[in-house]
Design a protein around this ligand. Structure first.
Ligand SMILES: NC(=O)c1ccc[n+]([C@@H]2O[C@H](COP(=O)([O-])OP(=O)(O)OC[C@H]3O[C@@H](n4cnc5c(N)ncnc54)[C@H](OP(=O)(O)O)[C@@H]3O)[C@@H](O)[C@H]2O)c1
Length: 258
């Protein structure tokens, strides 16, 4: 596939690097206005350019990874150069109907919500599309399955997916940081504490995904009656561990919806 990524920032670069490493037989182009910080992508065989229209008519897939307020400028630039393309938009808060409107209904619009773990083949990329575009969407789904998981969701859940899967990366990292800080208090240097905390989270996630069970079933295997784990867990819950996370996720969603 020829994949043309417009917006070589945090997400665009993660997708480009992920595709170059985990998805075979693609030709990837990444554009942004100032390319000095992303020239290193060329070492991975990725074409880097300031020209958003560079060979765009040959692209099989155009991926938009610019900020919402940058979409109109980009579309004004590329629309005169393209016909009947598939445009996958990772832009948060801009829905398929709005994008179809902006592109005069002349292209297939797919919404994608990846996260920056795409670079490591571990994104949870939620995907939405209209029923009529199912066969085109299959190719996009397959591409993002190379970069992790790619669940198809109802578009009305796209904002929720942004919070759970994209912002969720920051929430998970903050959990690891807190765990690491506690690790330092109880005796480890920060590097050892971080390595232990990160691997422990990875292990917990692997178990959940492998066994497909509710987390509480696995927690039950770790919590010995009268043991240290249940004592710590109950103390955390009394200080708002789960409720503060739930509140934060709902606050993020309110912020997107404006
Ligand atoms: N970061 C995430 O984890 C994440 C996850 C899911 C979705 N998203 C969504 O993805 C989008 C990008 O997020 P981000 O965090 O990657 O933002 P970012 O780091 O600011 O990247 C946006 C990039 O777009 C480039 N750009 C701006 N105007 C352009 C133009 N006219 N032509 C070409 N490139 C242009 C900017 O570079 P120049 O200024 O050099 O042009 C910048 O590198 C947002 O809509 C965000 O909501 C992000």
């Amino acid at each position: 596939m020829k994949v043309h990524i417009i917006g070589g920032g945090n997400l665009g670069v993660s997708i480009a690097l992920g595709l170059s490493k985990f998805s075979k037989n693609n030709q990837i182009t990444v554009t942004r206005r100032n390319t000095s910080s992303i020239m290193h992508l060329e070492q991975s065989g990725i074409i880097v350019s300031t020209d958003n229209t560079l060979q765009i008519q040959e692209a099989d897939l155009i991926i938009l990874t610019v900020k919402p307020y940058q979409v109109d400028t980009v579309l004004t630039e590329i629309l005169p150069k393209i016909t009947n393309k598939t445009i996958a938009s990772a832009v948060s808060g801009v829905d398929i109907a709005a994008l179809q409107d902006k592109t005069n209904g002349a292209h297939t619009i797919i919404r994608i919500m990846p996260n920056i773990a795409a670079q490591f083949g571990e994104s949870a990329t939620c995907i939405s599309f209209q029923d009529k575009d199912k066969s085109t969407a299959e190719n996009v789904i397959a591409l993002f399955q190379d970069l992790g998981t790619a669940p198809v969701i109802d578009e009305k859940l796209m904002d929720a997916a942004t919070v759970l899967a994209a912002s969720g990366t920051a929430f998970a990292l903050r959990y690891i940081r807190a765990s690491m800080q506690a690790g330092i208090e109880i005796g480890f240097d920060w590097k050892t504490a971080l390595a232990i905390s990160a691997q422990t989270v990875k292990g917990a996630a692997e178990m959940l995904m492998e066994e497909q069970v509710h987390p509480e079933q696995l927690i039950d295997r770790v919590t010995t009656p009268q043991g240290c784990t249940i004592a710590g867990l109950n103390d955390m819950e009394m200080h708002g561990f789960s409720s503060s996370l739930i509140r934060g996720i709902k606050t993020s969603l309110k912020q997107i919806k404006g």
